[in-house]
Design a binder for this molecule. Structure first.
Ligand code: FA5
Length: 350
Protein backbone atom coordinates (compact mmCIF):
# COMPACT_ATOMS: atom_id res chain seq x y z
CA UNK A 1 0.00 0.00 0.00
CA UNK A 2 1.17 3.51 -0.73
CA UNK A 3 0.87 6.64 1.39
CA UNK A 4 -1.69 7.94 -1.13
CA UNK A 5 -3.83 4.84 -0.71
CA UNK A 6 -3.59 5.11 3.07
CA UNK A 7 -4.65 8.76 2.89
CA UNK A 8 -7.56 7.72 0.68
CA UNK A 9 -8.67 5.07 3.20
CA UNK A 10 -8.44 7.52 6.10
CA UNK A 11 -10.51 10.00 4.11
CA UNK A 12 -13.17 7.36 3.42
CA UNK A 13 -13.40 6.42 7.09
CA UNK A 14 -13.72 10.07 8.10
CA UNK A 15 -16.62 10.49 5.66
CA UNK A 16 -18.23 7.33 7.00
CA UNK A 17 -17.79 8.54 10.58
CA UNK A 18 -19.39 11.90 9.78
CA UNK A 19 -22.52 10.16 8.54
CA UNK A 20 -22.94 8.01 11.70
CA UNK A 21 -26.07 9.21 13.50
CA UNK A 22 -25.80 7.40 16.81
CA UNK A 23 -22.99 7.67 19.32
CA UNK A 24 -23.50 4.30 20.99
CA UNK A 25 -21.17 1.63 19.61
CA UNK A 26 -18.98 4.13 17.75
CA UNK A 27 -16.06 3.58 20.09
CA UNK A 28 -15.90 -0.17 19.58
CA UNK A 29 -16.67 0.14 15.87
CA UNK A 30 -13.76 2.51 15.21
CA UNK A 31 -11.37 2.09 18.13
CA UNK A 32 -12.15 -1.44 19.35
CA UNK A 33 -9.83 -4.42 19.02
CA UNK A 34 -11.33 -5.38 15.67
CA UNK A 35 -12.38 -1.82 14.87
CA UNK A 36 -11.64 0.16 11.71
CA UNK A 37 -8.56 1.84 13.15
CA UNK A 38 -6.76 -1.38 14.05
CA UNK A 39 -7.61 -2.85 10.67
CA UNK A 40 -6.17 0.10 8.80
CA UNK A 41 -3.11 0.22 11.11
CA UNK A 42 -2.25 -3.35 10.08
CA UNK A 43 -1.28 -2.07 6.61
CA UNK A 44 1.74 -0.32 8.14
CA UNK A 45 3.85 -3.43 7.50
CA UNK A 46 2.91 -3.38 3.83
CA UNK A 47 4.07 0.19 3.33
CA UNK A 48 7.40 0.89 1.83
CA UNK A 49 9.95 1.29 4.69
CA UNK A 50 10.92 4.76 3.42
CA UNK A 51 7.34 5.93 3.85
CA UNK A 52 6.54 4.06 7.09
CA UNK A 53 7.45 6.98 9.37
CA UNK A 54 5.07 9.28 7.52
CA UNK A 55 2.39 6.58 7.55
CA UNK A 56 2.85 6.21 11.33
CA UNK A 57 2.39 9.95 11.78
CA UNK A 58 -0.75 9.90 9.61
CA UNK A 59 -2.19 6.98 11.59
CA UNK A 60 -1.43 8.68 14.93
CA UNK A 61 -3.15 11.85 13.75
CA UNK A 62 -6.10 9.80 12.57
CA UNK A 63 -6.33 8.03 15.96
CA UNK A 64 -6.30 11.36 17.81
CA UNK A 65 -8.99 12.61 15.44
CA UNK A 66 -11.11 9.51 16.15
CA UNK A 67 -10.66 9.83 19.94
CA UNK A 68 -11.73 13.48 19.94
CA UNK A 69 -14.61 13.04 17.54
CA UNK A 70 -16.08 10.03 19.37
CA UNK A 71 -15.65 11.66 22.81
CA UNK A 72 -17.53 14.73 21.53
CA UNK A 73 -20.32 12.59 20.14
CA UNK A 74 -20.68 10.71 23.44
CA UNK A 75 -21.01 13.89 25.50
CA UNK A 76 -23.38 15.63 23.13
CA UNK A 77 -25.63 12.54 22.73
CA UNK A 78 -26.05 10.78 26.10
CA UNK A 79 -26.93 7.05 25.83
CA UNK A 80 -30.62 7.56 26.68
CA UNK A 81 -31.22 9.91 23.81
CA UNK A 82 -29.18 7.85 21.42
CA UNK A 83 -31.45 8.03 18.46
CA UNK A 84 -35.04 8.93 17.98
CA UNK A 85 -37.22 7.72 15.19
CA UNK A 86 -39.91 10.38 15.18
CA UNK A 87 -42.13 8.26 12.96
CA UNK A 88 -42.15 5.24 15.30
CA UNK A 89 -45.39 4.58 17.26
CA UNK A 90 -45.21 5.86 20.85
CA UNK A 91 -44.78 3.61 23.87
CA UNK A 92 -48.19 3.30 25.53
CA UNK A 93 -47.87 4.42 29.15
CA UNK A 94 -49.17 1.91 31.69
CA UNK A 95 -52.31 3.60 33.01
CA UNK A 96 -54.49 2.14 35.70
CA UNK A 97 -58.25 2.40 35.99
CA UNK A 98 -60.88 2.61 38.67
CA UNK A 99 -61.57 -0.56 40.64
CA UNK A 100 -64.60 -2.39 39.15
CA UNK A 101 -66.64 -1.71 42.31
CA UNK A 102 -65.86 2.03 42.07
CA UNK A 103 -67.01 1.89 38.44
CA UNK A 104 -70.21 0.13 39.52
CA UNK A 105 -70.85 2.73 42.25
CA UNK A 106 -70.42 5.56 39.72
CA UNK A 107 -72.85 3.88 37.36
CA UNK A 108 -75.43 3.26 40.12
CA UNK A 109 -75.11 6.90 41.24
CA UNK A 110 -75.70 8.19 37.70
CA UNK A 111 -78.75 5.95 37.22
CA UNK A 112 -80.44 7.25 40.38
CA UNK A 113 -79.36 10.87 39.89
CA UNK A 114 -81.22 10.84 36.56
CA UNK A 115 -84.51 10.35 38.44
CA UNK A 116 -83.85 12.96 41.10
CA UNK A 117 -82.02 11.03 43.84
CA UNK A 118 -79.21 12.76 45.72
CA UNK A 119 -76.07 10.78 46.51
CA UNK A 120 -75.12 11.04 50.18
CA UNK A 121 -72.56 9.43 52.45
CA UNK A 122 -72.84 8.66 56.11
CA UNK A 123 -70.30 7.34 58.62
CA UNK A 124 -69.22 3.75 58.28
CA UNK A 125 -68.45 3.65 61.99
CA UNK A 126 -71.72 4.68 63.56
CA UNK A 127 -73.82 4.62 66.69
CA UNK A 128 -76.03 1.66 67.52
CA UNK A 129 -78.95 4.13 67.40
CA UNK A 130 -78.64 4.73 63.64
CA UNK A 131 -77.71 1.17 62.73
CA UNK A 132 -80.32 -0.63 64.86
CA UNK A 133 -82.43 1.18 67.40
CA UNK A 134 -83.88 3.96 65.23
CA UNK A 135 -84.67 1.22 62.68
CA UNK A 136 -87.21 -0.36 65.00
CA UNK A 137 -84.73 -2.80 66.54
CA UNK A 138 -84.81 -2.08 70.28
CA UNK A 139 -81.91 -3.20 72.49
CA UNK A 140 -81.77 -6.98 72.85
CA UNK A 141 -84.19 -7.50 69.95
CA UNK A 142 -83.42 -10.89 68.35
CA UNK A 143 -83.54 -9.38 64.81
CA UNK A 144 -80.18 -7.75 65.55
CA UNK A 145 -78.52 -11.18 65.49
CA UNK A 146 -78.92 -11.40 61.71
CA UNK A 147 -76.46 -8.57 61.26
CA UNK A 148 -73.32 -10.36 62.59
CA UNK A 149 -71.92 -7.07 63.84
CA UNK A 150 -68.37 -5.88 64.60
CA UNK A 151 -68.52 -3.73 67.73
CA UNK A 152 -66.00 -0.96 68.42
CA UNK A 153 -64.25 -0.99 71.76
CA UNK A 154 -65.13 2.65 72.57
CA UNK A 155 -67.08 4.41 75.31
CA UNK A 156 -70.85 4.14 74.91
CA UNK A 157 -72.96 7.23 74.28
CA UNK A 158 -75.75 7.56 76.81
CA UNK A 159 -78.39 8.11 74.15
CA UNK A 160 -76.94 6.55 70.99
CA UNK A 161 -75.35 3.49 72.57
CA UNK A 162 -72.32 1.57 71.34
CA UNK A 163 -70.27 2.25 68.23
CA UNK A 164 -70.35 -0.39 65.52
CA UNK A 165 -68.99 -0.88 62.03
CA UNK A 166 -72.08 -0.26 59.92
CA UNK A 167 -73.64 -3.57 58.96
CA UNK A 168 -75.87 -1.96 56.31
CA UNK A 169 -76.44 1.40 54.66
CA UNK A 170 -79.83 1.66 56.38
CA UNK A 171 -77.99 3.68 59.05
CA UNK A 172 -78.38 6.53 56.53
CA UNK A 173 -82.17 6.52 56.72
CA UNK A 174 -82.69 8.44 59.97
CA UNK A 175 -79.49 10.43 59.37
CA UNK A 176 -80.95 11.68 56.06
CA UNK A 177 -84.24 12.61 57.76
CA UNK A 178 -82.22 14.60 60.31
CA UNK A 179 -80.09 16.26 57.60
CA UNK A 180 -83.27 17.57 55.95
CA UNK A 181 -84.76 18.70 59.29
CA UNK A 182 -87.44 16.03 58.94
CA UNK A 183 -88.87 17.90 55.94
CA UNK A 184 -89.73 15.59 53.02
CA UNK A 185 -89.49 15.18 50.06
CA UNK A 186 -86.50 12.88 50.47
CA UNK A 187 -84.83 11.04 47.60
CA UNK A 188 -81.57 9.62 48.88
CA UNK A 189 -79.05 7.21 47.42
CA UNK A 190 -76.52 6.26 50.07
CA UNK A 191 -73.60 4.13 48.91
CA UNK A 192 -71.10 3.01 51.51
CA UNK A 193 -68.91 0.27 52.92
CA UNK A 194 -70.53 -2.23 55.26
CA UNK A 195 -69.02 -4.84 57.53
CA UNK A 196 -70.22 -8.20 58.79
CA UNK A 197 -68.60 -11.26 60.34
CA UNK A 198 -69.12 -13.31 57.17
CA UNK A 199 -66.75 -14.80 54.63
CA UNK A 200 -67.51 -17.24 51.81
CA UNK A 201 -67.92 -17.24 48.02
CA UNK A 202 -70.86 -14.81 48.20
CA UNK A 203 -69.96 -12.86 51.35
CA UNK A 204 -67.01 -10.70 52.36
CA UNK A 205 -66.31 -9.05 55.71
CA UNK A 206 -66.19 -5.67 53.97
CA UNK A 207 -68.63 -5.05 51.15
CA UNK A 208 -70.70 -2.19 49.75
CA UNK A 209 -74.40 -1.50 49.75
CA UNK A 210 -76.53 1.14 48.08
CA UNK A 211 -79.58 2.33 49.89
CA UNK A 212 -82.47 4.16 48.35
CA UNK A 213 -84.91 6.11 50.46
CA UNK A 214 -87.90 8.05 49.16
CA UNK A 215 -90.30 9.84 51.50
CA UNK A 216 -93.12 12.11 50.43
CA UNK A 217 -96.87 12.43 50.55
CA UNK A 218 -98.67 9.53 48.85
CA UNK A 219 -95.63 7.29 48.20
CA UNK A 220 -96.80 3.71 47.63
CA UNK A 221 -95.50 0.27 46.75
CA UNK A 222 -96.13 1.08 43.09
CA UNK A 223 -93.49 3.81 43.21
CA UNK A 224 -91.06 1.28 44.62
CA UNK A 225 -91.87 -1.30 41.92
CA UNK A 226 -91.50 1.36 39.21
CA UNK A 227 -88.10 2.34 40.60
CA UNK A 228 -86.98 -1.31 40.67
CA UNK A 229 -88.01 -1.82 37.04
CA UNK A 230 -86.26 1.40 36.03
CA UNK A 231 -83.04 0.31 37.73
CA UNK A 232 -83.25 -3.20 36.24
CA UNK A 233 -83.48 -1.84 32.70
CA UNK A 234 -80.79 0.81 33.17
CA UNK A 235 -78.24 -1.39 34.94
CA UNK A 236 -78.82 -4.79 33.35
CA UNK A 237 -80.22 -3.73 30.01
CA UNK A 238 -83.59 -3.56 28.24
CA UNK A 239 -85.94 -6.43 28.90
CA UNK A 240 -84.74 -7.10 32.46
CA UNK A 241 -87.64 -7.48 34.87
CA UNK A 242 -87.87 -7.10 38.64
CA UNK A 243 -89.81 -9.28 41.02
CA UNK A 244 -90.75 -8.74 44.66
CA UNK A 245 -91.38 -11.44 47.27
CA UNK A 246 -92.69 -11.10 50.84
CA UNK A 247 -89.97 -10.98 53.50
CA UNK A 248 -89.35 -9.54 56.93
CA UNK A 249 -87.26 -6.59 58.06
CA UNK A 250 -87.90 -4.73 61.30
CA UNK A 251 -87.64 -1.35 59.56
CA UNK A 252 -90.07 -1.87 56.67
CA UNK A 253 -93.71 -2.92 56.53
CA UNK A 254 -94.49 -4.64 54.27
CA UNK A 255 -90.99 -5.99 53.63
CA UNK A 256 -89.81 -7.54 50.41
CA UNK A 257 -86.96 -9.30 48.77
CA UNK A 258 -86.08 -8.08 45.30
CA UNK A 259 -85.05 -10.29 42.38
CA UNK A 260 -84.01 -9.41 38.86
CA UNK A 261 -84.59 -11.71 35.90
CA UNK A 262 -81.60 -13.73 34.74
CA UNK A 263 -80.05 -12.43 31.50
CA UNK A 264 -78.96 -15.94 30.46
CA UNK A 265 -82.41 -17.58 30.46
CA UNK A 266 -84.53 -14.40 30.38
CA UNK A 267 -86.27 -15.30 33.65
CA UNK A 268 -87.52 -18.71 32.51
CA UNK A 269 -84.99 -20.80 34.48
CA UNK A 270 -84.40 -22.93 31.39
CA UNK A 271 -82.00 -22.79 28.47
CA UNK A 272 -82.36 -24.59 25.15
CA UNK A 273 -79.21 -26.55 24.30
CA UNK A 274 -77.73 -27.02 20.80
CA UNK A 275 -79.63 -30.30 20.27
CA UNK A 276 -82.93 -28.61 21.13
CA UNK A 277 -83.42 -30.09 24.61
CA UNK A 278 -84.29 -27.86 27.56
CA UNK A 279 -81.97 -27.68 30.56
CA UNK A 280 -82.09 -25.90 33.91
CA UNK A 281 -80.20 -22.56 33.69
CA UNK A 282 -76.95 -23.15 35.58
CA UNK A 283 -76.42 -19.45 36.29
CA UNK A 284 -79.63 -18.73 38.20
CA UNK A 285 -81.29 -22.18 38.59
CA UNK A 286 -84.69 -20.47 38.90
CA UNK A 287 -84.86 -17.62 36.38
CA UNK A 288 -84.20 -14.96 39.02
CA UNK A 289 -81.36 -13.49 41.06
CA UNK A 290 -81.93 -12.02 44.50
CA UNK A 291 -80.11 -8.71 45.07
CA UNK A 292 -81.37 -7.51 48.44
CA UNK A 293 -84.22 -6.17 50.52
CA UNK A 294 -86.80 -3.42 50.20
CA UNK A 295 -90.12 -2.31 51.63
CA UNK A 296 -92.30 0.56 52.81
CA UNK A 297 -90.63 2.54 55.58
CA UNK A 298 -91.97 1.44 58.97
CA UNK A 299 -93.94 4.18 60.82
CA UNK A 300 -91.60 3.80 63.81
CA UNK A 301 -88.62 4.69 61.60
CA UNK A 302 -90.37 7.80 60.29
CA UNK A 303 -91.12 8.77 63.88
CA UNK A 304 -87.45 8.21 64.89
CA UNK A 305 -86.53 10.68 62.14
CA UNK A 306 -89.12 13.21 63.33
CA UNK A 307 -91.51 12.65 60.39
CA UNK A 308 -95.24 12.24 60.91
CA UNK A 309 -96.28 8.81 59.50
CA UNK A 310 -99.87 10.03 59.24
CA UNK A 311 -98.79 12.61 56.65
CA UNK A 312 -95.91 10.93 54.90
CA UNK A 313 -95.04 7.49 53.59
CA UNK A 314 -91.92 6.17 51.98
CA UNK A 315 -90.07 3.25 50.49
CA UNK A 316 -86.53 2.01 50.98
CA UNK A 317 -84.26 -0.60 49.45
CA UNK A 318 -80.74 -1.81 50.19
CA UNK A 319 -78.66 -4.04 47.96
CA UNK A 320 -75.11 -5.29 47.80
CA UNK A 321 -73.00 -3.49 45.16
CA UNK A 322 -70.78 -6.56 44.68
CA UNK A 323 -73.77 -8.86 44.33
CA UNK A 324 -75.64 -6.54 41.97
CA UNK A 325 -72.52 -5.99 39.85
CA UNK A 326 -71.48 -9.64 39.53
CA UNK A 327 -74.90 -10.48 38.08
CA UNK A 328 -74.25 -8.28 35.07
CA UNK A 329 -74.05 -9.99 31.71
CA UNK A 330 -70.65 -11.44 30.91
CA UNK A 331 -69.26 -11.14 34.43
CA UNK A 332 -68.91 -14.82 35.31
CA UNK A 333 -67.57 -14.10 38.80
CA UNK A 334 -68.47 -17.05 40.98
CA UNK A 335 -66.50 -15.95 44.04
CA UNK A 336 -66.86 -12.29 45.11
CA UNK A 337 -63.72 -12.54 47.26
CA UNK A 338 -61.75 -12.27 43.98
CA UNK A 339 -62.89 -8.63 43.75
CA UNK A 340 -60.76 -7.75 46.77
CA UNK A 341 -57.91 -10.16 46.14
CA UNK A 342 -55.78 -7.38 44.65
CA UNK A 343 -54.84 -9.79 41.85
CA UNK A 344 -54.02 -7.65 38.82
CA UNK A 345 -54.74 -10.55 36.42
CA UNK A 346 -58.33 -10.31 37.64
CA UNK A 347 -58.61 -6.53 37.95
CA UNK A 348 -57.09 -5.73 34.55
CA UNK A 349 -60.06 -7.40 32.86
CA UNK A 350 -62.42 -4.57 33.84
C1 FA5 B 1 -80.11 -5.42 54.53
O1 FA5 B 1 -78.94 -5.16 54.78
C2 FA5 B 1 -81.16 -4.36 54.62
N1 FA5 B 1 -80.64 -3.19 55.27
C3 FA5 B 1 -81.70 -4.04 53.23
C4 FA5 B 1 -82.91 -3.17 53.25
C5 FA5 B 1 -82.79 -1.81 53.11
C6 FA5 B 1 -84.17 -3.74 53.40
C7 FA5 B 1 -83.93 -0.99 53.12
C8 FA5 B 1 -85.32 -2.94 53.44
C9 FA5 B 1 -85.17 -1.59 53.27
P1 FA5 B 1 -79.61 -7.87 53.83
O2 FA5 B 1 -78.97 -8.29 55.08
O3 FA5 B 1 -80.44 -8.88 53.12
O4 FA5 B 1 -80.52 -6.58 54.00
O5 FA5 B 1 -78.48 -7.38 52.82
C10 FA5 B 1 -78.81 -6.82 51.59
C11 FA5 B 1 -77.83 -7.28 50.52
O6 FA5 B 1 -76.50 -6.90 50.89
C12 FA5 B 1 -77.73 -8.78 50.34
O7 FA5 B 1 -78.75 -9.27 49.52
C13 FA5 B 1 -76.40 -8.91 49.65
O8 FA5 B 1 -76.50 -8.53 48.28
C14 FA5 B 1 -75.60 -7.83 50.35
N2 FA5 B 1 -74.78 -8.42 51.43
C15 FA5 B 1 -75.14 -8.67 52.71
N3 FA5 B 1 -74.13 -9.19 53.40
C16 FA5 B 1 -73.08 -9.28 52.56
C17 FA5 B 1 -71.72 -9.73 52.67
N4 FA5 B 1 -71.21 -10.17 53.81
N5 FA5 B 1 -70.94 -9.67 51.58
C18 FA5 B 1 -71.42 -9.20 50.41
N6 FA5 B 1 -72.67 -8.73 50.23
C19 FA5 B 1 -73.51 -8.78 51.29
Amino acid sequence: MTIAELKQQIKLLKTQLASETISSGLRSKYLGKKGHFNQIAQVLTQIDPTERKQAGILLNQFKTFLENHIANQETSQPEAADWIDLTAPGIKPHVGHLHPISQAMDEITRIFERIGFTRVRYPEVDWDWYVFESLNMPKNHPARDEWETFFIDAPEDQEKGKMVLTTHTSNGQVREMERLDSQPPIRMINIARCYRRQQDATHTQMFHQFEGLVIDKGISLQHLKGTLDYFAQEFYGPGTKSRIRPFHFQFTEPSLEVDFSCHICGGTGQVVTEDGTKQKCKFCKSGWHEVGGAGMVHPNVLKAGGIDPEKYTGFAFGWGVERTYTLKEGMNIDDIRLIYSGDLRFLEQF
